[in-house]
Structure formats: C-alpha cells, structure tokens
Design a binder for this molecule. Structure first.
Ligand code: PLP
Length: 470
C-alpha cells in the first residue's frame, strides 16, 4: 500500500485552483512502500505528517498527531458512515470496532475480550473510579505527580462518596526504590489507622515532569497487598512496550492518540475478566448497561442484539458520537509497521529511535543551556521519550519562591514559543526550578533539538532581562 504526501500541493491548490493541482501532485507526491519502509528522522517519514512547514512540533506528548494515511482512514470511516448512516452505525461499525480491538489487543498482548475503547485517559480513569462502590474506611492511594484532571477526579469522588484519599508525597528526582518504599509506608499507615487501601492510581510515565514510573513494581505491590491497581498509561501504548498478560494490572487505560498516531479521541481500557463485573456502567451510562433485576419491564434497547460479552457490548455504543478515531486504529498500526531504524522495524524501530533521541536531546540542550537533565540515581527516569531539562533562570527573581509568579513566567515562555518561535515545549516549575519537557518523535532529528536549545537560550535571556515581568 502506498501513501502520499503533497503538503505543497495542498497549499498551491488553494492558490491556483484544481488544474494546476494535478500537475503539482504528480511532481510532489512522496510515497512510502511497506516493503522499503521509512527510516526514522528521514524527510520521507516527516512528510507523511500534516505539519505546517513553518511549525516545529516539539511536544508530541500532549496531544499526539497522526500521519496522512491515518487521516485518510478516518475520513473513509466517516464517509462510509454518512453514505448509509443506520446500516453503518448499527451493523458495520461494531465489526470495524472489533477489528480495531483485535489490533490493539495484539499490540499489548491482551485477550481481545479484555480490551475496549474510551475516548481518552480521563474518561477511562473516571469510568473505573466511578464504578467502584466505596464504603467507610476505603482509601484511594495516589502519587504527588498524578495528572491534574485525575487528582480532581479523586477529589470529586471523595466529595461525593464514602472514599477518602491519601497522596504520597515526594519531589523528583526520586529513586525507584524510594518511590516504592513511600508506597509501602503509605499502605502501612492506612492499615495502622484501621482503614482499607482499596485502590491505587499510578502512571506509567508522569506528564510533568515527563519521567518513567516503576509501574511494574507498583502493580506487583498492589497485588501482594490486595489493593486494586489502576494504571494511568496515558503515555503508554506506542511509547513503551507493554505485555498486559504479564503485567496483569487490575485496570489500565492508555491513550492511543498520544503515541500510537491515532486521531484524538481514542484510548484503550483494559479490564481483565476477573474485574469486568466491577465495571457495570460506561460514562455516560448507555444502552449496554444491564440493570439489576427488579421484576419490572426491560428497558428498551434500539440496537441489534449481540452475542458478545456484556463488557464488550457495554462499551460498543456510548451515546451517539463520531467513533471514527477508534476504527482508524488499524491504519495507525499499519503505518507504524513501515517505520524502520538501523535495521529494526515497526514498534521496535520507533521506540529505540525515540528513546535514544530523548537521551541525546537532553544532553544537547543541557549543553547549550549549561544546565542539567532531571534524572535519579538509578538513571531510570529517562527511560522514555521525554527528557526534562532545567532552564538557566535564577529562582531568586521570585522573591521568596512565590509559585504564582513562577507559573506566570512559565506561561510567558510558553506563549512566546507559540507566538514568536512557531513551536511549543511543555514547561513546569518543579523543585524550585523551571524545567522543559523535550518530547522525542520519529519525525524529529537532532537538528530540531539544537534549534530548540538555542531558542530556549534566547527566551531565557529575555526572561532574565525582565521581559516576562513587563
Ligand atoms: C499522565 C496523564 N494522565 C492523563 C492524561 C489525560 O489524557 P486525556 O486528556 O487524553 O484524557 C494525560 C494527558 O496528558 C496524562 O499525561
């Protein structure tokens, strides 16, 4: 299968109209072929993506992006749906969804009946937490660097149910051993208070700073203590290898729209069969919900009957929305198979290239800025596609470490990067310093990171001269 790139064509087409398009198309198509592949960092691979040529996409980690062939698959699903709406939504779509579920299940080595889709990690985390019936004394354990929206979810659950929460505190760089010990200490503390550590939420890779978490060890620790493990793998599939059968978490949600190159609105929710009875409702509740028997008349379900499991059927239709991001997943998987790097191919090539690039980018940018990378004693924080680099900014300008001002400076930098440098890099204030999160990808090279380093140097000089306080 060939896929085509014609970004200049799109631009010229809008200026000159359709006749000249044909000519330009013939001259500018860049094809890729499954058999020859696309090498990481090559122009051929970069040109499969849909970027504005003037924009450097240095923050893949926040919202991801997808190539032209996935865009085409998305449009094709949407076209099929519009051609015969009822026939598609009621009969063809569930089959296309199963194909996508099979594709994702085989990537993460999970039985297909344990895998369904939700629109995003936030929905997945909410779905699990809001299905658990909490009783007096139940504690939700979570870590200090949890994603903000997930912490707010925990807060809301604690406001509205019997659950209470315990946040495990630390400051990066923390060692894996120290993090696991902190978890054990929290569990002991809860038990000593006569309470029940019911569920623990932890990331595979933290959002900000972008660091790897020893989630494999935390899953095992939960299993030993009889605590339900809820893994926030928003940065998961397509980023690091997963074997869910081996890991065996109680619940795991992973965005596909971040690192797998699917359109936004596609995340995997993994629930092993032993826990599927706990997840009675989707969010929102829809036709698949099976009410407890009351002796009353059954509630009408307008969808065709199905022989699939209650869990799978439940997540098949969750209100009327555009489900084309789910059905585009196989195209993303196909695209990834054609990616190569130094004799490797597919997932192996992508993950080797991006992790190598993140380490090298961290070194290069710290050299330009004369600062340091955030890393722990074991050197494990950087085992991912992120490198967190300290900015050369003097925290004493904050007059007493005022965090409000620190956040304003970070916002000023982010804003300038978009408005004046045509890029974006995620930035946080952590452990008394500003850090940028470099986000490696197959369409980037070290030339991009050299540019990023010099750009950050320039922006920091402007902050030091007082521009951010004007
Ligand atoms: C660790 C983590 N959890 C959850 C989310 C939420 O993802 P989404 O916005 O796709 O729901 C993110 C997004 O960046 C994240 O980094």
């Amino acid at each position: 299968m060939a896929s085509y790139n014609c970004r200049e064509f799109d631009f010229i087409a809008s200026i000159f109209g359709s006749k000249i398009c044909l000519f330009v198309t013939i001259n500018m198509l860049e094809t890729y072929d499954k058999t020859t592949g696309m090498e990481c960092g090559s122009e051929l691979l970069k040109n499969q993506f849909l970027f504005d040529p003037a924009y450097r996409n240095l923050n893949h980690g926040s919202f991801g992006t997808y190539p032209r062939s996935v865009r085409d698959a998305l449009r094709q699903s949407q076209d099929e749906c519009e051609a015969r709406p009822d026939a598609y939504i009621r009969y063809a779509y569930p089959k296309a969804l199963d194909v996508a579920r099979e594709a994702v299940a085989s990537l993460v080595n999970a039985p297909v009946q344990t895998v369904v889709f939700v629109p995003n990690a936030t929905t997945g985390i909410n779905t699990v937490l809001r299905n658990i019936t909490f009783t007096e004394g139940d504690i939700i354990l979570y870590f200090a660097t949890i994603y903000g929206a997930c912490e707010k979810t925990v807060t809301h659950i604690c406001e509205t149910t019997a659950a209470e929460s315990l946040k495990i505190d630390y400051t990066y760089p923390v060692s894996d051993d120290a993090l696991c010990e902190a978890f054990e200490k929290a569990v002991s503390q809860v038990k000593a208070a006569g309470q029940n550590p019911r569920i623990a939420i932890f990331d595979t890779i933290v959002s900000l700073p972008g660091v790897r978490v020893p989630f494999e060890r935390l899953i095992s620790a939960c299993r030993q203590h009889g605590i339900l493990s809820l893994v926030d793998a928003a940065h998961g599939i397509g980023h690091i290898p997963f074997d869910l059968t081996q890991l065996d978490p109680d619940f795991l949600v992973s965005n596909c729209h971040k690192w797998l190159y699917t359109p936004r609105g596609c995340a995997l929710l993994y629930v092993p069969e032993r826990n599927q009875g706990l997840i009675r409702s989707t969010l929102p509740t829809s036709h698949g919900f099976v009410p407890l028997p009351t002796g009353g008349a059954p509630i009408n379900n307008p969808l065709p009957p199905s022989t699939k499991s209650a869990f799978v059927v439940n997540f098949e239709f969750v209100g009327t929305v555009d489900n084309a991001p789910y059905t585009s997943l196989p195209a993303a998987v196909e695209f990834r198979k054609a990616i190569t790097w130094q004799g490797k191919s597919g997932e192996d090539a992508i993950m080797s290239y991006t992790q190598d690039q993140a380490r090298k980018a961290g070194k290069l940018v710290t050299k330009i800025l004369n600062t340091e990378v955030l890393e722990n004693a074991e050197g494990t924080l950087g085992n991912c596609n992120f490198a967190n680099v300290k900015l050369p900014l003097d925290p004493t300008m904050l007059a007493g470490g005022e965090t409000g001002k620190a956040v304003k400076i970070a916002q000023w930098i982010a804003n300038k990067l978009v408005d004046e440098y045509s890029t974006f890099i995620a930035i946080i204030f952590h452990a008394g310093a500003w850090w940028v999160r470099l986000s490696a990808q197959v369409y980037l090279t070290m030339e991009d990171w050299e540019w990023a380093g010099n750009t950050l140097k320039d922006v920091c000089e402007r902050v030091s001269k007082g521009e951010a306080s004007e």
